[in-house]
Design a protein. Structure first.
Length: 139
């Protein structure tokens, strides 16, 4: 009787994990793109600054199950526009590693990265920015 219950619990947990993996697949990189890319600067007098540290930002990574299973590690570079208010706009992966890491990097940047805006002639302006996100599995 106890083995039967344990077996049912294991089936339930496995099914729940499969559902979670499928939910991650529902989003794609195209879901993060802008229809119209705004005018922006590439170089400014005072460039934007990440609020907090890159280590703090990467500590919020939810390592994709597919990448963890496949042992995928590496760096994903996300390019985006930082608005005059410091928000991330139009993120796109310019260098990826797959396994769900590209999508997780996009999520991380859009949900958690906050910036002090770039300044040109004393005014906050939109600035293009690229941020490397490193994915590494614990040893």
């Amino acid at each position: 009787m106890d083995l039967a219950r344990l077996f049912l619990v294991l089936i339930f947990i496995t099914s729940a994990c499969d559902i979670f993996e499928n939910e991650q697949d529902l989003l794609s990189e195209e879901d993060f793109l802008c229809e119209e890319i705004p005018d922006f600067f590439t170089i400014v007098e005072n460039p934007p600054k990440l609020i907090g540290t890159l280590a703090e930002l990467t500590s919020k990574i939810v390592y994709p199950i597919q990448a963890r299973k496949a042992g995928i590690e590496g760096r994903v570079t996300v390019q985006f526009i930082i608005s005059e208010t410091g928000e991330v706009l139009c993120p796109v992966v310019v260098r990826g590693i797959g396994g769900g890491c590209n999508l997780e990097a996009l999520r991380l940047v859009t949900e958690h990265a906050k910036f002090e805006p770039g300044m040109q002639n004393g005014e906050a302006v939109k600035v293009q920015y690229a941020l490397p996100i490193t994915f590494s599995l614990p040893d």
